[in-house]
Write a protein that binds this ligand. Structure first.
Ligand code: SF4
Ligand code: SF4
Length: 446
């Protein structure tokens, strides 16, 4: 009976089932609003594409929601003041993901919470043209909040020769430990559906398909109920499996369409949006609200009070950790979840950005000794993109980059499934990342 039920759930080939997903730590914690930060550090690169350009200077007084970073070019996104106050510097600041210094607007919070003119104003959306919907999304600086941070107005501008028939909404939240999307889906389901419909209108697409993992049956029931009279929006339960929320796996599971790892969903007539993005779109189009805050899961056994915080962008990470009661003996802090997150060398300068969905704090992260590959093949079975991670790790380690290219190293999405299952504890993803960055450097040199 159990097997029968499982087989009805949508899914894909490969992937992993983490034994301990850590979600129970914050699953039942209602979202808490973090106290306002004294200072925010708004880095100008919070998205894929060209960094925004600071358009304020030291000494300027800014209001909440005011544009402080202007998008440069089409693939870029605006950055807005997340508090009202005084600009105390415009200077390079370490980027929390890359560690590289990046221009930032630093604002001392006055605590007045005064909104800028023309933002936070409700409007009727029924008669908006698709151009106006896209313009408001662009103006609000919306990017993909599932972690990809691709500017949403770009995603909603498909090339003229591509016909999109379905918007796929990602409610999987397959990354272990993270529950920020789950809490948002519980709190704001109607708004998320409205945001989804606005995106459908924006690209003239009639159908939508929402995928939710089986461990969130409560939100599945809520979403099914909301769209029960709308036959063009389907909601499906999917198997709990990582990386179920990745674009290729989501589209395979829900639409049974496949495309190459190097291609985009629009090759098979779809675009994918995360539930957080849909909510941000609703806020932007309905209320002219720029993206200045988001929910962040702060979790792991290194904090005494794991939480889902509503956080202003640019807030120092240390404030989130203190609020969650950081323990003294932490040995690893990861931006994001354990599978795709980025381990932090230092948290002294780390700040929240649009793509910060979670901060995982561990006090007993094991350090494994790695061994030679025993050719067990587990990594091959787990790779959702059909690569041979064993072979890749060997040629990358040997710095045989041409061979790595022959083995399609650029198709690796760095999902981490191979490293997770490897009994020899080979650092497969690290070796692949290293090779990819060396190949990129080689290409730049010509
Ligand atoms: S990290 Fe790359 S090689 Fe490893 S399983 Fe994921 S896609 Fe495949
Ligand atoms: S899982 Fe590890 S040991 Fe097994 S084949 Fe892959 S790299 Fe080798």
């Amino acid at each position: 009976m159990m097997t029968l039920m499982k087989s009805r759930l949508k899914t894909f080939l490969g992937g992993i089932h983490p034994a301990e997903d850590g979600k129970a730590l914050t699953l039942d914690k209602q979202k808490t609003t973090l106290p306002l930060p004294k200072t925010v550090y708004l880095v100008m690169s919070q998205h894929i594409g060209a960094p925004a350009k600071p358009i304020v200077k030291k000494g300027d007084v800014v209001k909440k929601g005011q544009l402080v970073g202007d998008a440069q070019g089409f693939i870029s996104a605006h950055v807005h003041a997340s508090v009202s106050g005084k600009v105390i510097d415009v200077a390079p600041w370490p980027h929390p993901v890359t560690g590289m210094k990046c221009p930032a607007v630093i604002i001392e919070n006055s605590g007045e919470e005064v909104w800028a003119e023309d933002v936070n104003v409700a409007s009727d959306t029924d008669l908006l043209s698709s151009e106006e919907i896209r313009r408001r999304i662009h103006t609000a600086g919306i990017v993909g909040l599932g972690g990809a941070t691709f500017p949403t107005h770009v995603k909603l501008t498909p090339p003229k020769d591509k016909s999109i028939d379905t918007v796929v909404m990602n409610g999987a939240e397959c990354e272990p430990y993270l529950t920020c999307d789950y809490r948002l889906m519980l709190d704001k389901p109607h708004e998320i559906i409205e945001g989804l419909k606005l995106m459908m209108r924006c690209i003239g697409c009639k159908k939508a398909h929402i995928g939710i993992e089986e461990n969130k049956r409560d939100v599945y029931a809520i979403f099914r109920d909301i769209v029960s009279k709308d036959p063009d929006i389907k909601v499906d339960l999917m198997e709990v499996k990582y990386p179920q929320g990745a674009e290729h796996q989501l589209i395979k599971a829900l639409l049974n369409r496949e495309f190459k790892p190097t291609q985009l969903p629009l090759e098979v007539g779809a675009i994918v949006a995360n539930v957080g993005t849909a909510f941000a779109v609703y806020e932007a189009v309905k209320f002219h609200r720029p993206l200045i805050e988001r929910i962040v899961t702060v979790t792991g056994n290194g904090v005494e009070n794991p939480q889902n915080f509503l956080v202003r962008l640019g807030t120092p990470v240390r404030q989130l950790l203190e609020e969650a009661r950081l323990t003294a003996d932490v040995n690893k802090i990861i931006f994001g979840g354990p599978m795709m997150g980025i381990a932090q060398g230092s948290i002294d300068t780390a700040v929240t950005i649009k793509g910060t969905g979670g901060i995982l704090v561990l006090r007993d992260a094991q350090r494994w000794e790695s061994h030679a590959c025993i050719r067990c093949g587990r990594c091959v079975d787990s790779c959702p993109y059909g690569l041979n991670p064993s072979e890749l790790s060997i040629v990358c380690e040997a710095k045989e980059f041409d061979q790595a290219l022959d083995n399609n190293v650029m198709e690796c999405k760095e999902c981490g499934c191979c490293s997770y299952v490897c009994p020899a504890k080979r650092p497969i993803v690290h070796l692949i990342k290293f090779a990819k960055s060396e190949i990129a450097k080689r290409k730049m040199k010509g």
